[in-house]
Design a protein around this ligand. Structure first.
Ligand SMILES: [Mn+2]
Length: 326
């Protein structure tokens, strides 16, 4: 039995399913969890949807996001199956990790850096978004789509392709998106809720990022760092900087953009984007993270290094790699 069929069969047989996304959730994660979770509910399964991390506030404008809980929701529940979506390694599921021993674990993901930590692992890097894989799985399971489910499923395809601009925007992406629009998804609602919903404080923070921007390697590398107090003084959290690194990559001539941000707890999150040719997965894996060729990242635990030290070591590493190519 191939991995897809194994996952389909396990979900058909299951009664209670935990549907789990990853920490620092993005649109694809949230969309995949909602689409799989609501799809399985339509099939009569008992479902709990989990993302063990703060969800960016603007996603709450999509009603079903309220139904996503933290890892504690799995306590004393004993799901038959845990379906893990868009997460490349067990440390990406937060405290759900401790429940993985106790259930059949099904992994559906499109990251090349996936550790295949499930009992079944359907990992396919050809998909631009995990949400496309959920669409395929839902269809195979016989889930009937209504406009609400179509919209939730559309979110992940839109966000993981940069609203159909990134290199992963292939024919399948447009076909899946078109299918969901036909089923009732409204692309304008998705775009305006996610892209045109900024707090003024976010623009202030972005000004600070631009002010601190450094350009190296003859213009190929752009980077900036946000210390925790810059979030704190504006009443913002780290997710409010989502999208900044994309703006940095948009600078003419820049191949690699890196944004370093410090969490309240002192963790350093490193978010990297490349434009045309630089494969970031190797750099991300070198520093203990993961991702895609054009979008990858890693986290340095609190106390292991300061923000300035992480900037220094990452930039040194990237400069060598970029120079080798140049
Ligand atoms: Mn994804």
């Amino acid at each position: 039995m191939n991995q897809f069929d194994g996952i389909k069969r396990a979900l058909e047989d299951a009664r209670k399913v935990g549907v789990v996304g990853h920490i620092m959730p993005d649109g694809d994660c949230i969309s995949s969890v909602l689409s799989a979770g609501l799809g399985l509910e339509k099939l009569g399964k008992e479902v709990r949807m989990i993302v063990d991390y703060e969800i960016p506030w603007y996603y709450y404008e999509f009603d079903a996001v309220e139904r996503i809980h933290r890892a504690g929701a799995l306590q004393n529940w004993d799901p038959d199956v845990i379906l893990v979506l868009d997460a490349s390694s067990p440390d990406r599921v937060g405290d759900v990790e401790e429940f993985l021993e106790k259930a059949l674990v099904l992994v559906v993901d499109h990251h090349a850096t996936n550790h295949a930590f499930g009992d079944f692992n359907w990992v396919d890097t050809k998909f631009g978004a995990t949400a496309q894989m959920v669409l395929k799985l839902n269809k195979a399971l016989g889930v009937l789509y209504d406009p609400e489910l179509a919209l939730y499923n559309f979110i992940g395809i839109a966000t993981d392709t940069g609203f159909f601009r990134y290199a992963n925007s292939d024919v399948q992406v447009f076909e899946d998106a078109a299918e969901l629009v036909r089923l009732g998804a409204n692309p304008n609602v998705v775009a305006s809720t996610i892209l045109e919903n900024k707090k003024l404080e976010q623009l202030g923070l972005f000004c600070e990022v631009v002010h601190g921007l450094k350009i190296e390697c003859d213009g190929l590398l752009a980077y900036s760092a946000i210390p925790w107090n810059a979030f704190e003084k504006r009443g913002l959290s780290e997710s409010d900087a989502a999208g900044f690194v994309g703006e940095m990559r948009a600078i003419r001539g820049v191949e690699v953009a890196v944004l370093f941000s410090e969490s309240k707890e002192g963790e350093i999150h490193v978010s990297m984007r490349s434009k045309k040719w630089f494969d970031l997965t190797e750099t991300a894996v070198h520093f203990g993270g993961g991702g895609h060729p054009r979008a990858a990242g890693f986290t340095v635990k609190a106390g292991e290094a300061s923000l300035a030290e992480v900037v220094e070591s990452t930039v040194q590493y990237l400069k060598i790699r970029l120079t080798q190519r140049g």
